[in-house]
Design a protein around this ligand. Structure first.
Ligand code: GDP
Length: 464
């Protein structure tokens, strides 16, 4: 039995609902990483040994453990979901990279907002992405421990804000929470403060928390479970033993295995020796699974190898797949298991999915390079909105041939390369300097677009 099977064993029979996949988004420094760490930490403290399962790129927290953390807020008998699978890499960059057939890989999201800082550019960017992918989410109003008048160790953040409200007391926490609610409604979301789990009615729940002290985390998990149960039931009633479908998180060299894929599996299962089809740079790659690798349980990590081989993995799970011929595999691309279906048919499906991710290009425009298909698409969307044409959009580092394309543009404002989260090869940098091609680099989409727009303004002013 592999580690991942424990989720399904818990109820004593085959689960027909798979674990919801949860992503964490929000502005830089608002506490995404701390909140994930806190959830994992609480699970380790509250649960029995092995209460969480470390996956590749994700962490599974079973229902029993969530119920232990959340106490009376989560009665396991009310839920038929096995637990929650948290994607370990927070941020909307990884969120938009992790695509699934026809939508986002994550079923639900936590939007982290610093309660004292409110909505910031990346909060709005995240909301746009959540809207576009129609992903249900809750807001974690984080860092309540820093709000003036906050009483640690008294009542939970929610109780404190409820009491303040019923007393009509002036409370900085309540003010801040209402500000967030106002900002949500400006962005077309009706929001309700989350008072009691069973009364959670709004489209979006706002849960006050502190990733630092852990206060509010039980409530946050309870609301997440409620949201999953409510919105995701249909979507997650899948056959976790059917042919697997997943998304490539990363392509990595691994000693002894060569190029491997870190994959989040959102549907079905994958087994050793399965034939798989993976989205590649030029065309889909057809190969055979040599090994499925999972991290060793935390207690064993210090012994010899970091990974252990498992014979089968079922959705939802993060797994490392070792297989031949993975050199051209790309992050963000689909992975499909071939079982009882002609290979050619699956290849076609993968091709169609990749085509759906491709960016439309024009005869004249800027060159865009990005690290994954998802980010490429997100930048292309932002550029389309700003009415900036694109002549070439590709996954990969900035290479001399990109400079060659940019340098042949008819207008100076198109002699430009926008590079998102990729390296610029030495030769490319030299050629860009020689040929007067402007390079913009950033790992924040709105910054990239803003810097480019400022540059265009500059050019236009100098031409007047
Ligand atoms: P991220 O960039 O969104 O992943 O943010 P981090 O998790 O790295 O947090 C940014 C900073 O805020 C760090 O210094 C954290 O220690 C701090 N921080 C995060 N959550 C809290 C919180 O609930 N309370 C307080 N006081 N600080 C926090």
């Amino acid at each position: 039995m592999s580690d991942t099977d424990t989720d399904h064993e818990a109820s004593g029979e085959e689960q027909s609902l798979r674990t919801p996949i949860v992503a964490v988004l929000g502005h830089v420094d608002h506490g995404k990483t701390s909140l994930l760490d806190r959830v994992r930490g609480s699970a380790v403290i509250e649960g029995e040994a092995g209460a969480i399962t470390q996956h590749i790129g994700a962490t599974a927290v079973p229902l029993e453990t969530i119920s232990e953390i959340s106490g009376a807020l989560v009665n396991p008998d009310d839920f038929d979901l096995p637990g929650l699978l948290f994607i370990d890499t927070p941020g909307h960059h990884s969120f938009s990279t992790l695509r699934a057939r026809g939508g986002a890989l994550a079923d639900i999201a936590i939007l982290v907002v610093d309660v004292n800082d409110g909505f910031q550019p990346q909060t709005l960017e995240a909301i746009d992405i959540l809207k576009r992918t129609q992903t249900p989410f809750i807001v974690a109003a984080n860092k309540v421990d820093t709000t003036p008048g906050w009483n640690p160790n008294e009542n939970s953040p929610i109780q404190q804000s409820m009491e303040a409200q019923s007393d009509r007391a002036e409370s900085r926490l309540n003010e801040a929470l209402y500000e967030i609610i106002g900002q949500l409604s400006e962005n077309d979301f009706s929001a309700d403060m989350y008072w009691r789990v069973r009364d959670f009615q709004g489209n979006v729940g706002v849960v006050p928390v502190s990733a630092m002290t852990g206060e509010g985390v039980p409530d946050l998990l309870a609301v997440l479970m409620g949201l999953s149960q409510r919105y995701m039931k249909e979507a997650m009633a899948i056959d976790v033993t059917g042919p697997g479908a997943g998304t490539v998180l990363e392509v990595k060299d691994e000693r002894g295995f060569g190029k491997t894929l870190d994959v989040v599996l959102y549907d079905g299962s994958v087994r050793t020796d399965d034939t798989i089809v993976v989205g590649g740079l030029n065309e889909p790659i057809v190969t055979q699974v040599r090994a499925l690798l999972q991290p060793r349980p935390l207690a064993e990590i210090r012994t010899e190898k970091q990974f252990e081989k498992v014979p089968e993995v079922r959705a939802a799970a993060g797994v490392k797949i070792a297989a031949p011929d993975l050199d051209d595999a790309i992050a963000g691309a689909p992975v499909r298991v071939v079982r009882d279906q002609p290979v050619a048919e699956v290849v076609e499906e993968v091709q169609a999915e990749l085509a759906g991710l491709e960016v439309e290009t024009e005869e004249e425009g800027v060159v865009v390079k990005a690290d994954t298909l998802g980010s490429l698409e997100a930048i292309a969307d932002a550029l389309a909105e700003a009415e900036v044409p694109v002549v070439r959009a590709e996954v990969g580092d900035v290479a001399p041939r990109d400079i060659a394309v940019a340098s042949t543009a008819n207008e100076p404002k198109h002699e430009v390369i926008l590079a998102f989260n990729v390296d610029v090869l030495k030769d490319a940098e030299r050629r860009a300097n020689e040929q007067g091609v402007r390079l913009f680099e950033s790992d924040v989409i709105y910054q990239l677009v803003e810097e480019y727009e400022e540059y265009v303004d500059e050019i236009e002013r100098s031409q007047q």
